[in-house]
Design a protein around this ligand. Sequence first.
Ligand code: PHE
Ligand code: NA
Length: 490
Amino acid sequence: MSENNQWGSRLGFILATVGSAVGLGNIWRFSYVAYENGGGAFLIPYLVALLTTGIPLLILEFGFGTKMRGSTVLAYKKLSSKWEWIGWWPVISVFILLTYYIVIVSWSLKYIFYAFNQAWGSNPEGFFYGTNLKLTSGIESLGGVNLTVLISVVALWAINYFIVYNGIEKGIEKASKIFMPLLAFLMLIITIRGITLPGAVAGINKFLNPDFSQLLNSKVWLAAYGQIFFTLSVCFGVMITYASYLPKDSDVVNNSFITALANCAFSFIVGIGVFGILGYMATHSGVPLEEVVTQSIGLAFIAFPKAINMLPAFNTLFGVLFFSALVIAGISSSISMVEAVVKPLNDKFGWSRKKAATVVAVLGVLGSLIFTTGAGLYFLDIIDYFNMQFGIVTIGILQCIAIGWIYKSTKLREFFNPVSNFQIGSWWDFTIKYLTPLVLGIMLILSFISEIKDGYGDYPITGLRIGWLVALAALALAIILSSVKWRKEE
Ligand code: PHE
Ligand code: NA
């Protein structure tokens, strides 16, 4: 039987799940997705996605994990050995995500050092793509591995390895108890700085003023649903795994709401800070807000350095704090992904935590390699799109079918309601059985149509083939792994 690893306290569990949820998604991804989708126009679809999909799925994952007490793979196998592959699919997908997530954290790590002397000078954009990424002209030319990125990627894998290797209570929980208060403190400073700058109000208005005309734009809705999965860490096997280390009588409902609300409050506060800073930049340099940022994907790495240059005082300190916040948020999320991959290997093959973590870290460094090349950003963009928009959305639908119809959502609800402070009504069954899969199904179809009609980005067809290939390989690998024999039948 697998080792008996448990959270030391409920607070430790909450800090770890909030640590998983709050990550690059809340700072780097949220601000650029919100920006790309018109700021205020984005908030309504975001909240709808949170209520119709995010929170119901989080309740599902916390409930299922607490009940089944095992990794995603073991949980689905206990449901039926026919369904084990549904457990492996998120594990493979989260591993793929992890290989490039760590690379983005590695840029943040490098930027802490760049911030000391504002190494980006007066051209943060050229610096980001040039000196930092050594970006090639297109996906066809790899351009070799970027050494500074590789070194920080290896360092980050080592940190992840060390934390996960030490186990749940002594590794992940302990790290979360340091990281999370620190992160909250850093973000507060950054946001206060943001909103007290002259001109901040103009930026914050853009963030908060809803633009109802955008509600008819399906792209905004797709972006909102994608962001909710990413930001809450649902459909990646992470929350099922974390919840499996809880006592069986844990308050599933409260845990779900605390995690979801803490995560969204964090995004919201950061959003105000970030848009405040953009407002300041617009006022300070006399350009319209829409033109302050030209490259939204580089918002954290281009617009922020620009803003840091313009600050009236404490530029260096502010830069160091901002990129440190990114690194801390990133590591507390990446350890949850590593755990979600390590635990199934331990469950299924009986590997020790040490062996499983070593294998995952070595494969992880190898997997990250492609993203450290000069074409890394292109690969990252394509693979993220296919992994999220097709893989994760399909996994969401499968989870709803498996729990809603096969396990029966009512049964799961009857398991966690008696030990929860607040009771969940039958609206949840309706959501899991009908509403969420329906919405996700529509999303999937819309993505398919847009992909077939317009492709994705300006990439050549080879680039898109790579995207499909990775997405399909993830599914194939999940099926293969689920058909391998268990070391010992339970
Ligand atoms: N939720 C994390 C973030 O917002 C990312 C993440 C995704 C973590 C999937 C774990 C699993 O950055
Ligand atoms: Na998040």
